[in-house]
Ligand binder design. Structure first.
Ligand SMILES: Cc1cc2nc3c(=O)[nH]c(=O)nc-3n(C[C@H](O)[C@H](O)[C@H](O)COP(=O)(O)O)c2cc1C
Length: 163
């Protein structure tokens, strides 16, 4: 960023919408991108919310589920602020986002959640995700944005965060 803060934009995206927004945030902040890639990719059948037995339904019915992530951020220590993006699944973040947050120590860093969705807002997801981080994390209120939000809209939001 212009103030010299190093930004990471980490995101999970099953069908590309959150990835699009993550790229806009990275471009607006000069941040690095990191994709939270599942060790086992989600198939279309896995994402079927009409099927109670689909992988996403089973995982989201079990808040303790922690789907494995395929790789780690090489140098998390280098970052001052980490944006963490995801699609809203069943009104909250996919549990793989908890896997990601629990794998690092965010003490002294700022974490900013963001999401895309079919219309739902962040809802109760911030409390769930905040609890995955050390109490010494500076947590900023997150935001649901359109996946096609403009760089100007993203910049106005980021400026208001006071990073
Ligand atoms: C399993 C599943 C559950 C979803 N639940 C919700 C929901 O509760 N509310 C909502 O507005 N959208 C919901 N959606 C829609 C996604 O949040 C939306 O399509 C999102 O932009 C997809 O992002 P992605 O392409 O980065 O994966 C759900 C999608 C899936 C696959």
């Amino acid at each position: 960023m212009e103030n010299g803060k190093k930004i990471l934009v980490a995101y999970f995206s099953a069908s590309g919408e959150t990835e699009r927004l993550a790229r806009t945030i990275a471009s607006a902040t000069g941040g690095d991108l990191f994709e939270i890639v599942p060790e086992t990719p989600y198939t279309a059948a896995d994402l079927d919310w009409n099927d109670k037995r689909s992988r996403s339904s089973v995982e989201m019915n079990d808040p303790a589920s922690r789907p494995a992530v395929a790789s780690r951020v090489a140098d998390m220590d280098a970052y001052d602020a980490v944006f963490v993006g995801f699609p809203i699944w069943w009104y909250v973040a996919p549990t793989i986002v908890s896997t990601f947050l629990e794998a690092y120590d965010f003490s002294g860093k700022t974490v900013v959640p963001f999401a895309t969705s079919g219309g739902s807002n962040m809802g109760g997801t911030e409390a769930i995700l905040h609890a995955c981080c050390s109490p010494a994390t500076s947590w900023k209120p997150g935001r649901r944005l359109a996946s096609r939000a403009s760089e100007g809209e993203v910049r106005r939001w980021v400026e208001g965060l006071g990073l």
